[in-house]
Write a protein that binds this ligand. Structure first.
Ligand code: BES
Ligand code: MN
Ligand code: ZN
Length: 501
C-alpha cells in the first residue's frame, strides 16, 4: 500500500473513507456529506451513530460515475488505538471488495484542526489490516487475499499542516511495518521459531536499519557464565542465544542511555513442572517481551530517535527432557547468586536475571526497562486490558503511565514492597524462584527480578502476559498484539525536550 497526499476533495476517488468521531459536532460532517451525495443529512444522522468500528456505506453518482462513501465510526473521544483499530478492522474485512482508487478524507471528517495524529493512526491501522495470519495455508481464500502492495491510498488534508501530515504518514508506515514483522514472529509456531530465529531476525533488522547486533551462541554463553539461561535451556534440543543490540544515533549526542531486556522463551512447556495441556499452545508466544524489545530497537532505528538504546534478549525454549532442571535443583547465575528452582515453570525470571545483570554491569544504562510474559498472576489480576507495571522510580513510572495513556497500550502499577521478598528466601541457596504460594505471584516475580538489577535506581518491569496476545479480527485464537513497541517509542519521544508529552 502506498499513501499520497492531496489537498482538495478528489473527483477521481471511487471510494471515500471518512473517519467520524462520535461528538455533538457531527452535523457539520453530515451536511458536507449530504452536499456531495445529495442524501439528506437527517437520514445519515439517523442511520449512522459513529459508534466505534461502525461502518455506513453511501452510494451516489458524481460526474456520471458511481461512487461510494464509507463513514467510519470511531466512538467517543477516540484515542490513537481506537483509530488504529477502526481502520485496521475496516481494511481487514473489506480489502477484497475495495476499489483500486480509495481516498481517506480528513477534510470531510471531524478530525482535529491539525489531523496529523489521526493520519498517523489511520495509516498505521490500514497497513495492519493487510495482515494475514494464514502463513501456512496451502490455498489462499478469496476473503483473505494478501494486500496489493501497489495499492494507492490518497489522504486528503488541508495544505496548512502538510509537513506534519507527511511526517505522520511516514511514522504510521514505519510503525506498522515493524508491527507486522513482529506479529509474524510472535505468531510463528515453535517448530518454526527457535532462539536462533530470534537472533537471525535481530541481525537482519540491524543490517537493514543500521544498528549493531551481536549474538552470543552457546559457547560464548557458557564462557560469559549465563548459568540461569543455560539451566533453563538444558531440556531443549535447540541451543540458547543471547542477543545484544545497540543503536547509537548518528551525528547527535544521545539524550540518555536506555537499556531494554525482553524474555525470549520460544516455547514454555513449564519444564518438569509441566503445564496443563489446555492452553499450552499459546506458549509459543512466550517471547512477547523479546518481540517488544526487537520491535522497539527496529523502530527507534527507523525513526532515528536521539537515544543510545541497548536491547538484550536471552532466548531459549523451556522443555522436558532427562536433562531438564528439576524442582529443587540449585543453579548459578551471571550475577553470581545461587538460585533454588522450586518450580521449573518460573523460567522467565531466571533468564531475565542473567539479562538484567549483564546489561547493568556492561552498559550502565540510565534507564532500565524489561518486558516479559512473566506470570499468569498478572492475567488473573488485570485480565487482557492492562499489563502490570513495577518500578522503583516514581518519575519513570509516571512517564511510562503517561505514554500508556497516549498509545492506549495500558499498564497498571503494582507495588514492590519488600515484605513480598521474604517469600523468596531459600534455605539452601541465595534466593528461590518461587515462594510456593500463588498469591501475589506477579509481585513476587518482580521482587525476584529486582534481586538481579544490582540496585539500579531507575528500573521498570512490565509483565505483559495478558496483553502480548489478544482477540482480533485476524483469527479465532488470540494472536500477537505487538504490545510495548508503540508504548516505548512514545515514552522515548516524550523525553525529547521539544516534544513535551
Ligand atoms: N510464561 C508463563 C506465564 C504466562 C502464563 C504467560 C499464561 C502467558 C499466559 C510463565 O513462565 C509461567 O509459567 N509462570 C508461572 C509462574 C509460577 C510457576 C510461579 C505462572 O504464572 O503460573
Ligand atoms: Mn513458565
Ligand atoms: Zn514462561
Amino acid at each position: 500500500m502506498q499513501f499520497t497526499l492531496q489537498y482538495q476533495a478528489p473527483v477521481s476517488a471511487d471510494a471515500l473513507l471518512v473517519p467520524v468521531a462520535q461528538q455533538p459536532e457531527m452535523d457539520a460532517v453530515f451536511s458536507q456529506i449530504s452536499e456531495k451525495t445529495g442524501i439528506p443529512a437527517s437520514l445519515i444522522s439517523t442511520d449512522f451513530k459513529a459508534e466505534s468500528k461502525e461502518v455506513h456505506t453511501l452510494y451516489f453518482t458524481e460526474n456520471q460515475q458511481s461512487k461510494r462513501i464509507f463513514l467510519l465510526g470511531l466512538g467517543k473521544k477516540p484515542r490513537s488505538i481506537d483509530i488504529i483499530n477502526a481502520f485496521r478492522s475496516f481494511v481487514f474485512k473489506r480489502k477484497a471488495g475495495l476499489p483500486a482508487n480509495v481516498a481517506v478524507s480528513f477534510l470531510h471528517s471531524n478530525a482535529p484542526e491539525n489531523p496529523a495524529g489521526w493520519v498517523e493512526a489511520a495509516v498505521n491501522g490500514m497497513l495492519l489490516g493487510g495482515y494475514d495470519i494464514g502463513l501456512y495455508k496451502t490455498e489462499k481464500k478469496n476473503g483473505n487475499p494478501t494486500p496489493d502492495a501497489g495499492a494507492r491510498i490518497a489522504i486528503f488534508v488541508t495544505k496548512e499542516h502538510e509537513s506534519a501530515v507527511q511526517a505522520a504518514i511516514e511514522k504510521g508506515k514505519a510503525t506498522a511495518g515493524t508491527q507486522l514483522e513482529i506479529f509474524t514472529l510472535v505468531n510463528a509456531p515453535a517448530n518454526k521459531k527457535t532462539p536462533q530465529t530470534l537472533a537471525q531476525w535481530a541481525q537482519d533488522s540491524g543490517k537493514k536499519y543500521g544498528y549493531r547486533v551481536q549474538v552470543f551462541e552457546k559457547k560464548e554463553i557458557e564462557k560469559h557464565g549465563f548459568h540461569a539461561l543455560l539451566a533453563v535451556n538444558r531440556g531443549s534440543e535447540a541451543p540458547p542465544t543471547f542477543i545484544v543490540m545497540e543503536y547509537i544515533p548518528e551525528g547527535k549526542k544521545p539524550l540518555k542511555k536506555i537499556g531494554l531486556v525482553g524474555k525470549g522463551v520460544t516455547f514454555d512447556t513449564g519444564g518438569l513442572s509441566i503445564k496443563p495441556s489446555a492452553n499450552m499452545h499459546y506458549m509459543k508466544t512466550d517471547m512477547g517481551g523479546a518481540a517488544a524489545v526487537l520491535g522497539t530497537m527496529e523502530l527507534v532505528a527507523k525513526l532515528q530517535l536521539p537515544f543510545h538504546v541497548v536491547g538484550i534478549v536471552p532466548a531459549t525454549e523451556n522443555s522436558v527432557d532427562a536433562k531438564s532442571i528439576r524442582p529443587g535443583d540449585v543453579i548459578g547465575s551471571y550475577n553470581g547468586k545461587t538460585i533454588e528452582v522450586i518450580d521449573t515453570d518460573a523460567e522467565g525470571r531466571l533468564i531475565l536475571a542473567d539479562g538484567l545483570t549483564y546489561i547493568v554491569r556492561n552498559f550502565k544504562p540510565d534507564i532500565l526497562i524489561n518486558l516479559a510474559t512473566l506470570t499468569g498472576s498478572t492475567i488473573r489480576a488485570l485480565g487482557s486490558y492492562a499489563g502490570g507495571l513495577f518500578s522503583n522510580n516514581d518519575e519513570l513510572a509516571g512517564q511510562l503511565l503517561k505514554a500508556c495513556e497516549k498509545t492506549g497500550e495500558r499498564l497498571w502499577q503494582l507495588p514492590l514492597w519488600d515484605d513480598y521478598a521474604k517469600e523468596l528466601k531459600s534455605d539452601v541457596a541465595d534466593i528461590k524462584n518461587f515462594s510456593g504460594n500463588p498469591s501475589a505471584g506477579a509481585i513476587t516475580a518482580a521482587k525476584f527480578l529486582e534481586a538481579f538489577i544490582e540496585k539500579h535506581p531507575a528500573w521498570a518491569h512490565m509483565d505483559i502476559a495478558g496483553v502480548a496476545v489478544g482477540d482480533s479480527e485476524f483469527s479465532s485464537q488470540k494472536s500477537a498484539t505487538g504490545f510495548g513497541i508503540r508504548l516505548l517509542v512514545e515514552y522515548l519521544e516524550s523525553l525529547i525536550p521539544s516534544n513535551p508529552a
